[in-house]
Design a protein around this ligand. Sequence first.
Ligand code: DGL
Length: 246
Amino acid sequence: MIGVYDSGVGGLSVWKELKALMPGEDYTYFSDAAFCPYGPKDPSVIIERADEIARMLIGRGAEMIVVACNTATAAAIGHLRATFDIPFIGMEPAIKPAALHSESGVVGVLATAGTLKGRLYLDTLAKFAADVTVIEQVGTGLVEAVERCDFDSPQVTALLHKYIDPMIDAGADHIVLGCTHYPFLSETIASIAGPDVTIVNPAPAVARRACDVLSHLRPVRYNGSGSTEFLSSGSTAPLLQLASRL
Ligand code: DGL
């Protein structure tokens, strides 16, 4: 079984790509809804949660765990890899492809506060984005909106305008979705940003990486239809609503 977890429903945007690539695999998706959002929390809390969730998923038979959360990857991937002897796949900050393909030389990054402060993001920024202007924006309120299954209400659209308009005004031609909740808002983001702006979602690349790592453990089940078990530390309502929609 492949374990997948996030602070909430956001990681479903990664689970969807895993399912598309490896439909025959069995998955257990864990939403840490009781502790959502992770973004403003101290890294020590996120590491504690990661430890407990990994133990639970491994106890249920996980051979590999996809940390389908940028904030948890930033805070806890090092701890997880040092503590447990199964592979952990984390979210990659997609600033690299955005910076490489940007023609305007301006890139927007929408992420949580925890992700933007993380070593992984800062290292990637220094390594690949030294020649571009990066406009960072914390998406305050967006995780909560997605957890309410609100993707395009007037309130959410206004919030996205507040975050995206300055990026567009500065000439951004790529917007990086640095939080796995945000792909659920990508239609609204695209309608605000306009057709000339590329929205970068790292989830397909993370799923390919997971597939590659799994293929070194054992043959990957590309065919058939595996099961997914959905678990939550809080309410399961948004999880089941979004999962059945996907
Ligand atoms: N999906 C999480 C991420 O990718 C959301 C973080 C949060 O709960 O604030 O960062």
